[in-house]
Design a protein around this ligand. Structure first.
Ligand SMILES: [Zn+2]
Length: 125
């Protein structure tokens, strides 16, 4: 059904705006925090380009960042960030959604897109 080719299927007006924080690390992993519709924050760390990772829910964005970084350290031994790591950056995405049921899927899509963008910038730096 999608012909846009960019992974975003448009159905009309944005359901809501969603904030996504990402940081790319010098070991090829990316930490991500996504604002959930209920006000909580999903945080995870995963190898760049992979959808699966270590996933936690935190009550605030700072907690999410800390949890994502802790997960990164636990799983990769990444002990503090270097100059090769990017700082946290936030982007806002419009979520096109007809049903709440599909929201988690849209969240994952946006997070993957954010990771790709972070990856490109990392490669160019
Ligand atoms: Zn780092």
């Amino acid at each position: 059904m999608s012909r846009t080719g960019n992974g975003i299927i448009e159905h009309g007006k944005p359901h809501r705006l969603m904030a996504v924080w990402t940081a790319a690390h010098d070991n090829g992993w990316v930490t991500s925090v996504v604002e959930n519709p209920d006000g909580s924050f999903a945080a995870w760390a995963a190898p760049d380009g992979e959808g699966a990772g270590v996933y936690t829910i935190q009550p605030d964005v700072d907690g999410g960042k800390a949890a994502a970084e802790a997960a990164l350290q636990r799983h990769t031994g990444h002990d503090g960030c270097s100059n090769g790591c990017s700082l946290w950056e936030v982007r806002t995405y419009a979520v096109f959604d007809r049903r709440r049921k599909t929201e988690s899927r849209a969240t994952v899509r946006a997070a993957v897109a954010a990771r790709r963008t972070a990856s490109r910038r990392g490669a160019a730096a």
